[in-house]
Design a protein around this ligand. Structure first.
Ligand SMILES: CC(C)(COP(=O)(O)OP(=O)(O)OC[C@H]1O[C@@H](n2cnc3c(N)ncnc32)[C@H](O)[C@@H]1OP(=O)(O)O)[C@@H](O)C(=O)NCCC(=O)NCCS
Length: 183
């Protein structure tokens, strides 16, 4: 399979934040932004894969700044990493106040997508051609995040095996909770 340039599937969605997208506080709903992120991740992954893709995991979504009604939100997506059938799409989100010409960086997050073939099974995706040190850095960071996630999952599995009485009580000692067990 021929490697594809990491920029060739770059995708940007820009959308005007209309009043219908606002929450009760007058700012844009997080769910609206998540839905747009999913769309751009899908488009970017599908362009690279040449197959339809599904969303498997969403990492590091943090809403760093509120987005206002009237802002122009842009979601810039690029393939950061490819495995066999999986792709990590990095998405940078900005919100522009067009009147004040102010652009806020509101979020950078990572969507893991998996390409599927006509048989609905995971399908091999083309390798990624990395042409700049930044592209190499992004690929390597995605790999590190994948390893850390695996480690985190195994730690959580271990935690489920812990004796709750002894360890959970100790861990919660200085937390803001009140424990009132009935038996
Ligand atoms: C994602 C899915 C295809 C994986 O199927 P599977 O039979 O477990 O396939 P595999 O174990 O061979 O994994 C396929 C790839 O997914 C990756 N993957 C599976 N689960 C993952 C997870 N939780 N996080 C990140 N990657 C994951 C694997 O690492 C593997 O990557 P690789 O091919 O690059 O090595 C399947 O779980 C699925 O269809 N999930 C539902 C997706 C969905 O409906 N999304 C919402 C709507 S789009």
């Amino acid at each position: 399979m021929k490697p594809l340039d990491y920029t060739s599937s770059d995708t940007t969605i820009t959308e005007l934040m209309i009043p219908a997208y606002a929450n009760f506080g007058g700012k844009i709903h997080g769910g609206i932004l998540l839905s747009l992120m999913d769309k751009v991740a899908y488009a970017c992954a599908t362009k690279h894969a040449g197959n339809y893709c599904v969303t498997v995991s969403v990492d590091e979504v943090e809403f760093l700044e509120p987005v206002d009604v009237g802002d122009l939100v842009s979601m810039m997506a690029r393939v950061n990493y490819v495995g066999n059938s999986s792709l990590v799409i990095g998405i940078k989100v900005t919100a522009e106040n067009v009147k004040k010409k102010l652009v806020k960086h509101t979020n950078t997050c990572y969507f893991t997508m998996v390409a599927k073939g006509d048989d609905d099974k995971p399908a091999l995706v083309p390798p990624l051609l990395l042409k700049t040190p930044l592209a190499v850095k992004r690929f390597s960071e995605a790999l590190l995040r994948k390893e850390l996630k695996r480690y985190h999952k195994s730690k959580m599995r271990d935690a489920q095996d812990l004796n709750v009485d002894a360890n959970a009580m100790e861990r919660l000692k200085n937390e803001r909770c009140v424990i009132e067990l009935s038996n």
